[in-house]
Ligand binder design. Sequence first.
Ligand SMILES: [Zn+2]
Length: 195
Amino acid sequence: MIRLPFIPETGKGYQLALAEALFKLGARPPVVRSVCHIGKKTAIRVYKAIHRQSPKKGMLPYDLFWILRSSVNNIHASIFLGLIHDLSQQQLPAVFNAEVFITAYELYCRVVAQNPQPSKLEAGVAQFILLDINRAWQLVGQWKASEMGLAICEKCHARHVVLNKMPKPYQQCPICDVWADKTGRRRWATVKPGQ
Ligand SMILES: [Zn+2]
């Protein structure tokens, strides 16, 4: 397990250090509060101290089908949830906690920033980080509720995320089950040309 430099691991100081790390990664107060044990006022205060402005209001990103919208989305979710899975498994019994979440997201950011051939979608966002940390938190929720799981592609053996309730043809591999349209956009195999 990669350890964050936070000692001791109990008490308010630890929770504040976790909250700070999350805010720096772009997390919004409701997400930070569901990961750390801090109050609403404290969360807002820490947010303002870091970003020098009030947090934006409104809905958090929420799309239960985000991983199906594009195979590129799916690849990003697969990298992130794969890390969540592996880091959780490093502890016995398997544990998911704030440290696992932060470490997995930081590693995900480092991995995707190295992309030598970003797609259009990826080129449109800073450092090719297509998966916002607030959306990453939503994916963790789907994973914890067993709505989402990891599958291994029989052809290329890549590990990729699937929605467990979707019929098999829609649990596609984001590497094999795609084709490129005229504009170069990668489309799922289930999407026929002309659609
Ligand atoms: Zn494959």
